[in-house]
Design a protein around this ligand. Structure first.
Ligand SMILES: Cc1cc2nc3c(=O)[nH]c(=O)nc-3n(C[C@H](O)[C@H](O)[C@H](O)COP(=O)(O)OP(=O)(O)OC[C@H]3O[C@@H](n4cnc5c(N)ncnc54)[C@H](O)[C@@H]3O)c2cc1C
Length: 344
């Protein structure tokens, strides 16, 4: 059997390992021992028991694949190094995703430690009176939604460098998010970047002082690429994303693919797009094996659900926007459906 190595057990990597393990000798390498439904992490900040609903250990949903828990430190065109040991491959799929500030994404951790850490964050939230969210993109807005609906008495501020919240979305969605948060007492500071912190004071580049006993950084993703620097630096673009062709093959390598947040496809970096790309990478490995034409990955806008607490949300698909209760519960339904597929 040909050997396939999958780096990363997030949305893209978990999909690839599951769909290849029957036909190939698959090794999934991840620096955590579990798959986590990242969109559900924001709820755990206000409800730490929610963690049980959004995690599943890799060994539960993978039945044949070998699972290696550890950090990939080097990748060459022939093998992958973990804990100093080289793992040779016939095919490699790089799904190392992206990093986000703690506690939203964590590396080198096991599921039980993750639960303890999230409970500690929850205790800090319970104690804090003034909470600052730095960044008003999708994550910042959803976090504000969770916090202001669970804790109506806390003072929550979003500081955003842009003119509007979730600025890449249609106007109706932007206006709804702003009006919802405003009506729940969230204070918003626009066109300013937090540049300094002195004790409990955060100071923006325009000199505004924001008092906060707890701050969350929601300022965007950084690709996980460092293991490529030694042998395959030439596949990285200026933003350290992996350059791939239309079949999701890493530039210059027929047998190396990349899917998800870590590659340079110009799409919104979402779980849904990570899985769409993973499906194409999997199909193309089969296509190479059976001498069939390769599938082309087409970038397209996929539907997005933005939750504002447990019962309200925004559904966006191109210019169509639906707001209120139905999109609010959509996220919970998506989470349950996804976790059901991984558990059973
Ligand atoms: C707080 C938050 C909320 C979000 N909400 C939504 C949402 O509502 N809807 C949506 O569609 N998307 C959402 N996203 C985005 C979504 O989570 C990502 O697009 C998705 O996780 C990307 O999947 P991935 O498989 O490419 O990478 P990741 O999920 O980042 O997985 C990468 C995996 O690789 C591992 N890894 C990295 N480097 C190494 C290494 N050197 N060695 C071994 N393992 C390694 C990581 O530990 C991780 O397990 C959200 C993201 C965040 C942070």
């Amino acid at each position: 059997m040909k050997r396939v190595i999958v780096i990363g057990g997030g949305f893209a990597g978990a999909y690839c390992a599951r769909h290849l393990e029957k036909d190939f000798s698959v090794t999934l390498i991840d620096n955590k021992d579990y798959f986590e439904f990242t969109p559900g992490v924001l709820r755990t900040i206000v409800d730490p028991a929610h963690i049980r609903k959004i995690q599943v250990v890799h060994s539960h949903y993978l039945h044949r694949a070998e699972i290696v828990i550890g950090e990939v430190t080097e990748v060459s065109k022939k093998d992958v190094t973990v804990h100093g040991k080289k793992h040779p491959f016939d095919y490699l799929i790089i799904c190392s995703g992206s990093s986000y500030s703690a506690p939203f994404k964590e590396k080198n951790i096991i599921s039980s430690t993750r639960a303890i850490e999230l409970r500690a964050v929850h205790r800090q939230v319970e104690k804090a009176q003034n909470i600052l969210i730095i960044g008003g993109g999708l994550v910042g807005v959803e976090l504000a939604g969770e916090l202001c609906t669970y804790y109506p008495d806390k003072h929550i501020t979003i500081a955003h460098a842009m003119e509007e919240l979730i600025e890449r979305n249609p106007k109706r969605a932007r206006d709804y998010a702003r009006a919802f948060l405003s009506s729940h007492g969230v204070h918003m500071v626009f066109n300013e970047m937090v540049s300094k912190a002195k004790g409990n004071k955060f100071i923006t580049n325009k000199g505004t002082k924001i008092a906060a006993d707890l701050a969350f950084m929601c300022t965007g993703i950084v690709p996980n690429f460092s293991f490529l620097e030694k042998h395959l630096k030439n596949v990285l673009n200026k933003r350290n994303q992996i350059m791939v062709n239309e079949h999701l093959q890493v530039n210059g390598y027929e047998n190396i693919f990349s899917a998800g947040d870590v590659n340079d496809r110009a799409v919104e970096k979402t779980a849904q797009n990570a899985e769409r790309q993973a499906r194409v990478a999997v199909d193309n490995i089969f296509a190479l094996e059976y001498n069939k034409p390769l599938e082309t990955y087409i970038d397209k806008k996929t539907p997005l659900v933005i939750s504002l607490g447990k019962h309200t949300g925004i559904f966006v698909w191109n210019n169509f926007v639906l707001t209120g209760f139905i999109p609010g519960i959509m996220k919970t339904v998506i989470e349950k459906e996804k976790m059901f597929r991984y558990r059973f």
